[in-house]
Design a protein around this ligand. Structure first.
Ligand code: NDP
Length: 362
């Protein structure tokens, strides 16, 4: 038996109120079962929405871990190491690193027992860190698919077409900047102003270092002469902005839409401001803009093979130093960690103006 602890919730609410640490034991794996140890699991915004009960996918509550009240394990993404395998397991062995094929399986736990079919093996883990593997399947995959699947880039014009995005310092935004740089797509990036001009400049510089073409603040976009600024960035409109990635909504999203060239797409994937998007009708009538949404969980379930190859591609870029780590706020989870401490760190996820994404490491 392996002793394990999992961060579980049996009713919806704020993470600090409903998450608790549950101790249980895991038996030796049989047949196609695999026993795993946590390496790294991030706290993504959707994980919190899920615990609040306001996210469309809800993991089923069960008593599988010997808990009295039916509950779900928090977290949707993470890297695990294989500890032992059942006799029927074909492709995994002790020491391998794996990630979960689908979301909703619960990753905030020191150990887990899953079926081989639920796992993706990380081939050639050398040259990768648990953080890189544990954060590859949601944010980078989202950025990758949104850049590739909603716009027919004219590859003959590499370096002359643009993507615009808000929430550019998010995990998704940082991934999009780097993929854009690799693929010859210029990026116009919008972030929220920080408390001091120095901090704002530092954030801009961080994104420029990742390969952003231009970084401006939401405040500059909404109050300055944004039209003229865009005109200048895009060489008097000769370089079209053909795609917008919207993480925020509200006025910010409207401003992005207005910069788009005719027949372009705006893909909405987040709603961080919780504000609806208002659109001038002319953008639809005269510019024929299209407004799409993207949800990586649903996309991944429908396209499991493409998801795996997308992950492979990103990890290959990571190995070759072309895809940098996101800034993180590491929360060490050891055997002595209190449930309340762990829940408190989850609670901070939606706070805004954070220096990095919270990640559990075990
Ligand atoms: P991160 O935790 O890395 O970043 C959060 C981002 O949201 C930061 O850029 C932050 O900016 C911004 N933000 C926070 N609060 C607000 C606010 N009130 N108004 C405007 N911006 C705000 O997030 P992720 O990259 O993991 O996720 C970003 C968004 O994308 C989330 O909404 C998430 O749910 C969504 N997402 C959607 C996916 C999909 O498939 N549809 C997949 C992955 C993510 P600041 O630093 O200024 O606070």
């Amino acid at each position: 038996y392996t002793q394990a602890k999992a961060l579980i919730y049996s009713k919806y609410g704020e993470p600090k109120d409903v998450l608790r640490l549950h101790k249980h034991s895991i038996s030796a794996p049989h047949a196609t079962q695999v026993n795993l140890r946590l390496l790294t699991a991030p706290m993504n915004p959707a994980d919190v929405n899920q615990i609040q009960g306001v996210y469309p996918s809800k993991p089923p509550f069960s008593t599988d871990l010997g808990n009295a009240e039916p509950a779900a394990v928090g977290g949707n993404e993470g890297a695990f190491e294989v500890l032992s395998t059942g006799a029927g397991v074909k492709n995994l062995s002790k020491g391998d690193w794996v990630i979960m094929k689908r979301t909703g399986l619960g990753t905030w736990r020191t150990h887990a027992q899953l079926d081989e079919s639920q796992l993706i093996k990380i081939e050639n883990k050398e040259g990768l860190t648990p953080l890189q593997v544990g954060t590859v399947s949601v944010n980078p995959v989202t950025a990758y698919r949104m850049l590739r699947d909603f716009c027919e880039w004219d590859w003959m014009r590499a370096g002359e077409e643009w993507m615009i995005q808000n929430g550019a310092n998010s995990g998704v935004g940082r991934a999009a900047i780097q993929l854009g740089r690799e693929w010859g797509i210029k990026t116009l990036n919008v972030v929220r102003q920080r408390k001091t001009p120095e901090e704002t400049e530092a954030l801009k510089k961080e994104l420029l270092d990742l390969g952003a073409t231009v970084v401006i603040t939401e405040e500059e976009m909404l109050t300055g002469n944004f039209r003229d600024m865009v005109h200048e960035f895009t060489r008097q409109g000769r370089e079209p902005i053909r795609l917008a990635l919207n993480c925020v909504g509200g006025k910010n999203a409207t401003a992005l839409a207005k910069t788009l060239a005719p027949d372009s797409h705006m893909v909405t994937y987040g709603a961080m401001s919780k504000q609806p998007i208002a659109l001038p009708s002319g953008l639809l009538i005269f510019k024929n803009l299209a407004f799409d949404g993207f949800w990586v969980s649903k996309w991944g379930d429908k396209n499991p093979e493409l998801k795996e190859s997308t992950i492979k591609d990103v990890l290959q870029l990571t190995r070759s130093g072309k895809f940098r780590d996101i800034p993180v706020d590491e929360v060490k989870w050891d055997w002595e960690s209190e449930g309340s401490e762990l829940a408190e760190s989850v609670q901070g996820t939606l706070g805004g103006y954070r220096s990095g994404k919270g990640v559990f490491t075990f």
